[in-house]
Write a protein that binds this ligand. Structure first.
Ligand SMILES: Nc1ncnc2c1ncn2[C@@H]1O[C@H](COP(=O)(O)OP(=O)(O)OP(=O)(O)O)[C@@H](O)[C@H]1O
Length: 661
């Protein structure tokens, strides 16, 4: 019994009366006639060009002409007949096919070629010239009405959008409560934290852990339950990724458990490496580590380029007799300086590294082109001399877990990632080579997901701080400086952290505000030396500066207490930038205000970007022109002064330019 019915093409005459042999003969004759006819046509054309056309035409026997004409007629009649008889089938074929006519023609040509091959006609017998003619003719000829459905699915079909399917660990994170104030956990109720650290916490005014700390501290401590050398049950602990809002206390979430684990070590070696994208951030994290390590055996060293390379080397190790010993348990470092020490400092040993902390992880992934991570891993596993190396503390790069790979047990390297805007792009995260990662996140997948691992959201969502209220202020170019002055002088919103998109704008705005007077202002950008930046931040924190005009240099991670208001003087282009900028206020569960100045043309795109990222809502804040009237005269005067004050390039700093601030 045949499973499939295969319709074969039997020529245009499908009467069923003609036997197979006679049918193919008839077909062959017909095709031969066609070829001859085309040869003649092309010859005639050639002669036409050379002026011989008339003579040649006379040479063509009338019999052949008649034959050709009658064969053409016959063909046309057959096609008409066919079309009528198979109208039903054709109707069906046409209705299902949405191909453009060009495609149809090509398909017809392909059918024809196939037919000629089937009939045994030698293609080589046809001259290239006639081939060309045939192709041209074929393109014009309509598809023969065969009623055959061409298999192969060449019809254009609507392409369905691919759904984003996240790996299980990303789609189903361990949930961190969003609301800090309602989910405080007493520090004493988190097991594993020593009495010494608890006292330190309380001395620093911390009686309760924030939700992210209450979740992550026990998870890190659990991974080191059996000491530094081996994970739970002999397995490597899972790498942890933490995605929690700005100001939610992520720093303490890794500082406390890492110090707790290292307090129990006997030999001082570099066991924890905290990598941060900027010097300022590294300095900030170093301070927190140092304050909690004080009074414990744990030693913390900062490598940020503030000191000379030699001084940094000296802080990492010391000579005791004939041996050089490490004087650092925890190293806080920027990627550039880290690579310098790996390559140029022979005493910088990472063979005992237990924790690799990557803060601002999404930004650090972007800096992966610097290859700092691969250099760290190389330095960590450099002691393994190969498979024959059977030393007790041999470290081998992790691969598949087998009985052999677990014996002998070896000190695991655990990666801890932290960010307020952690990417959910598995491709990016893959660059980090995470081991059975576990995600702690306050951002949950939408309930519409059909399967647990399926997340149909087009855009990445982030969590915004609870106490934050967002506003946008419609404005025009030349009213922007007046608006910021209005905010600080009349609305008394102080201190303000104001962000611009370039250091030039930051500098010009700073000069203008300074000339206007009445406000303690400062700028913060790469125009300043690291020392000047450090001092500026300190002054801002102490309240000596009411308006800090900054580039995105201060957008990430910087923790300045009691910043009441953030102003995006220039609207940020990317949602991540926006989230980090506005996250400089409303920290640690406190309230805060964020204003974004928007031109008319920016409004739609910006508001869409913010809402798609999961903002709870952004309100419109109008400032009436009358409110700015009182400052306008002085402002015009200041613009004139400004051109004289800044003597750089006249074109750059001309007063008209300041109108475009
Ligand atoms: N348990 C706590 N109780 C009171 N204050 C806390 C607690 N934990 C952290 N803080 C304070 O909250 C502020 C923000 O903490 P931290 O800088 O760690 O936030 P973050 O989540 O790292 O923010 P970002 O994503 O912006 O870097 C800090 O000033 C810190 O001292």
């Amino acid at each position: 019994m045949s499973l499939f019915l295969v319709n074969r093409y039997l020529g245009d005459d499908e009467d069923g009366v003609i036997s197979k042999v006679s049918h193919s003969q008839a077909l062959l004759t017909k095709l031969q006639q066609k070829v001859k006819q085309k040869q003649r046509q092309s010859l005639a054309k050639q002669r036409e060009w050379t002026g011989e056309v008339e003579t040649e035409q006379q040479e063509v026997p009338s019999e052949t002409k008649d034959e050709t004409r009658s064969s053409e007629k016959h063909q046309q009649q057959q096609q008409k007949k066919k079309r009528k008889s198979t109208a039903g089938v054709l109707l069906d074929a046409d209705s299902t096919s949405s191909e453009p006519s060009g495609k149809k023609k090509r398909k017809g040509a392909a059918d024809k070629k196939q037919r000629s091959q089937e009939s045994g006609q030698s293609v080589a017998a046809v001259s290239p010239e006639s081939c060309r003619c045939e192709t041209e003719q074929e393109q014009e000829v309509e598809e023969p009405a065969t009623g055959f459905r061409v298999l192969g699915g060449f019809e254009s079909r609507p392409v369905h959008k691919a759904k984003r399917v996240l790996p299980q660990w990303l789609a189903e994170p361990d949930v961190i409560h969003r609301d800090i104030k309602c989910n405080l956990v007493p520090v004493s109720s988190v097991s594993g934290v020593s009495a010494q650290l608890l006292r330190k916490l309380e001395a620093n005014g911390i009686q309760h852990f924030f939700p992210v700390q209450a979740e992550v501290i026990p998870a890190i401590l659990e991974g080191a339950q059996h000491g530094l050398l081996i994970g739970r049950g002999g397995y490597r602990p899972r790498d942890l990724c933490v995605s929690a809002p700005t100001g939610s206390g992520k720093t303490l979430a890794f500082v406390i458990p890492v110090i707790q684990v290292l307090m129990e070590r006997t030999v001082c070696e570099i066991r924890a490496l905290a990598v941060l994208p900027t010097k300022e951030l590294a300095q900030q994290v170093f301070k927190v580590f140092a304050s909690y390590a004080e009074g414990t055996p744990v030693k913390v060293v900062m490598l940020g380029g503030q000191r000379s390379f030699a001084a940094e080397c000296a802080s990492l190790s010391e000579q005791r007799g004939s041996v050089r010993c490490s004087t650092a348990d925890i190293v806080v470092v920027t990627p550039g300086r880290l690579v310098d020490h790996i390559n140029k400092n022979p005493d910088f040993c990472l063979e005992h590294l237990r924790f690799l902390i990557i803060d601002e992880a999404d930004r650090m992934i972007d800096s992966m082109h610097q290859l700092w991570l691969s250099q760290v891993l190389k330095a960590v596993y450099c002691s393994a001399a190969g498979p024959e190396d059977r030393t007790l503390f041999r470290r081998t790069e992790p691969a598949c877990i087998t009985a052999a790979s677990l014996s002998p047990g070896q000190m695991p390297l655990q990666k801890l990632l932290f960010s307020a805007t952690l990417t959910q792009n598995p491709e990016k995260l893959q660059q980090l080579g995470l081991h059975q990662p576990q995600l702690f996140s306050s951002v949950h997948g939408p309930p519409s997901s059909t399967t647990p691992a399926e997340n149909t959201h087009k855009h990445e969502c982030f969590d915004f701080p609870q106490g934050l209220t967002e506003f946008y202020v419609p404005c025009t170019m030349n009213k922007k400086p007046l608006l910021i002055l209005h905010f600080i002088l009349y609305l008394k919103l102080r201190p303000i952290l104001c962000f611009t998109n370039s250091r030039e704008t930051a500098h010009r705005l700073y000069c203008l505000v300074k000339l206007f007077g009445g406000v303690q202002a400062a700028e913060f950008s790469s125009r300043l030396s690291p020392g000047e930046r450090k001092k500026t931040l300190k002054d801002f924190e102490k309240g000596k500066i009411q308006l800090l005009i900054s580039t995105d240099a201060a957008a990430r991670g910087i923790d300045v207490k009691d910043v009441k208001c953030v102003v995006n003087y220039d609207a940020p282009q990317f949602i991540r930038t926006y989230i980090h900028r506005i996250g400089r206020t409303a920290r640690a569960g406190k309230p805060g205000l964020a204003f974004t100045f928007l031109f008319r043309v920016q409004e739609n795109n910006f508001l869409r970007m913010v809402m798609e990222a999961g903002s709870p809502g952004i309100q419109k804040q109008l400032v009436k022109p009358e409110c700015l009237k009182g400052m306008e005269e002085r402002y015009e005067g200041v613009l004139q002064e400004l051109a004289d004050v800044i003597k750089v390039t006249a074109s750059f700093y001309c007063s008209s330019c300041f109108k475009l601030l």
